[in-house]
Design a protein around this ligand. Sequence first.
Ligand code: IPD
Length: 271
Amino acid sequence: MSTTGAAPDRESLRDLAVRVAAEAGELAREGQAGITVLDTKSSPTDVVTRMDRATEDLIRARLLAERPDDAVLGEEGGDDEGGTSGVRWVVDPIDGTVNYLYGHHDWAVSIAAEVDGVVVAAAVNVPRRGEMYEAVLGGGARLDGRTIQAPPAVPLDQALVATGFGYLPERRAQQARILLEVVPRVRDIRRGGSAAVDLVGLAMGRVNAYYERGLHVWDWAAPGLVASEAGLRVGDLRGGPPSEDLVIAGRPELQESLRTLLAPLGADTDG
Ligand code: IPD
């Protein structure tokens, strides 16, 4: 992507993300009742609904109406490969589609803005909880306008740890094997069904740590910025940035302890 003009300010990108996430969340909330599977993706369990597509279409249209020179990467529509502004939006219209399908509350609309490849602004709307999270890089994280800071670390054996499972059976089998080693060493496990809700929940202290293999950048871009701006470390298993191999997050001391537990288990491999 070639860049033209001055970099836009982060706050205006965040404000746009929040406005669009609010409208998209309302559309998706209204469409949840009676929703059915429209299609499947990587496996029969990896579903897409009419509302995933409609919500992403709305988000793309609203973002590009205001910023026609930007690029957009979305879970459902892929990478438009356009854009000359240096800004790329990374969008998950409904993170937690299976929760959405079954009428659960924990699903989210995630919109992040990258400038030259760095996530600088984010909005995560969890409509059925009535929660709008937002963050700018270096400017902190907020829930409904109030600054949030994650609570201090706890020792690993007292940690409530969230995780998730991929859609491919072989990967799930390895994730289950790893879980057998984790469960006896932590307070307990939660499988909420939305990586975005897990990561913003981590920022709120609803869990103490989170790890998952096989996420995509749209799963972590926006909620990962909210979490890191709330004082959490969000990375991979080897001390690098979050990746499809593994996303692992928590207060730095706890994230380190969890990495030490997971690394010899091959948690960033399929076994
Ligand atoms: C999924 C959710 C789930 C996680 C999966 C993701 P989707 O996103 O975040 O919690 O375990 O790995 O793919 O498919 O509902 O957008």
